[in-house]
Design a protein around this ligand. Structure first.
Ligand code: ATP
Length: 379
């Protein structure tokens, strides 16, 4: 196993800058998920680390050793592809043995190592089957075994669960994670599935248009997104625009269409900055309102971060209810909460949230996915 260091990595295809000046470090034994929408440069990054794609500029090191100009077969990486890329004419055992045979490992040792890894991925009974005789999950485990049997310095996984059904995908997340931890192998895991990244990764590197947006632990990325795009891309959120009127420590006061709201923000934000308050649907508490209160009303003597609203839509999801609450002229907030007590469409309610649940981000760059700010503006 080895640490991985990517320095100023850039790759262009014609006029497309697939990866733009990427800097990223993985510690030994760490699993980092490269996460982002389709076309953001995840796979190109992985292919450059593997050596299948040549970087236009920048360097790649494993354990402090520069591998930028080494061919793939001299980098000692184990790779699992989305479609598994198993050899159809070879059995499970032969597929797994392939990399060892290429390395001219003695026959007896190959047999021993193949046996051991098939045991580990619980495929020993299926060693003589061909890929077409395996389920998706079994093919997946064969691909994992084939990648791990060579004792790679780093493990590279490209959307390894994308072809499995939802339930198996969830099981395999835990399986891959425990295998990775047991082997203690430094791993880059490409996915566009944010819940997969949140569950699996020590840290997540979020990419957009070839540019790294933020690197952090799953909690960092979810609770303290670095910009409005990341806030909107990861999970669901309500984005309320406004201007900072005051700040004290990490506490930030923001003047919005819903009045002055209080949130928490990073050090870089200043009074007068245009910002967005990101409030997750599960961070909003909902209680009964009075019949005379209307959306946008100021609550007499009320503490901050309390909004009067009317339920406009509700969707029952079993374990929770998903509400759209009108809290001001043309502004709706999404709230997800336990099904009891239930509120009906037309009910007047009060929404509240604590200021450490409202993360303030600079209003720069576009918000292009699931745009709840747009929803707020158009409601
Ligand atoms: P996906 O999740 O859809 O696989 P991705 O984040 O892995 O997307 P990449 O496959 O790395 O994205 O592609 C990044 C950009 O580079 C895209 O605009 C893509 O069209 C372009 N690209 C990738 N490979 C090539 C290639 N061989 N020739 C030309 N353009 C390419």
């Amino acid at each position: 196993m080895a640490s991985i260091s990517l320095r100023s990595l850039t790759k262009r295809f014609g006029t497309t800058v697939a990866v733009n000046n990427l800097n990223l470090d993985l510690e030994e034994g760490e699993l980092v998920a490269l996460l982002g929408p389709s076309g953001c440069g995840k796979t190109t990054t992985l292919r450059m680390i593997a050596g299948f794609e040549e970087a236009d500029s920048g360097t790649i090191s494993f354990g402090g050793r520069d591998v930028t100009s080494l061919p793939p077969e001299r980098r000692n990486t184990g790779m699992v592809f989305q479609n598994y890329a198993l050899f159809p004419h070879l059995t499970v055992a032969q597929n797994v043995a392939f990399g060892l045979e290429m390395r001219k490992v003695p026959k007896a040792e190959i047999a021993r190592r193949v046996d051991a890894i098939l045991d580990k991925v619980q495929l020993r009974e299926l060693a003589d089957r061909y890929p077409r005789q395996l389920s998706g999950g079994q093919q997946q485990r064969t691909a994992l075994a084939r990648a791990l049997v060579i004792n790679p310095s780093v493990l590279l996984l490209d959307e390894p669960l994308a072809n499995l059904d939802a339930k198996l995908r969830e099981e395999m997340r835990f399986y891959i994670r425990s295998l990775q931890q047991e082997f203690g192998i430094t791993t880059v895991y490409v996915t566009h599935d944010q819940s997969e990244a949140l569950v699996l990764a020590d840290r997540i590197a979020v990419m957009k248009d070839g540019v790294l947006q933020q690197v952090g632990t799953p909690t960092d990325i979810y609770q303290r997104p670095g910009n409005a795009w990341v806030a909107d891309f990861i999970g669901l959120t309500n984005l309320v625009p406004g201007v900072i009127t005051d700040r004290e420590g990490s506490r930030v006061l923001v003047d919005t269409d819903l009045g002055v709201l209080s949130g928490t923000g990073s050090d870089g934000l200043r009074t007068g900055d245009q910002v967005l308050l990101s409030i997750r649907p599960e961070s909003l508490r909902i209680t009964s309102g009075t019949d005379t209160a209307h959306p946008g009303d100021t609550l007499d003597g009320a503490e901050r971060n309390r909004l009067v609203g009317v339920v406009r839509e509700r969707a029952y999801l079993g374990n929770l209810v998903d509400y759209r609450i009108e809290v001001g002229e043309r502004v709706r907030l999404r709230v997800q909460t336990a099904p009891v007590p239930a509120y009906d469409v037309g009910d007047r309610v009060v929404l509240s949230f604590s200021d450490d649940q409202a993360w303030v981000v600079s209003d720069e760059g576009s918000v292009s996915r699931g745009d709840h700010r747009a929803e707020a503006a158009l409601a």
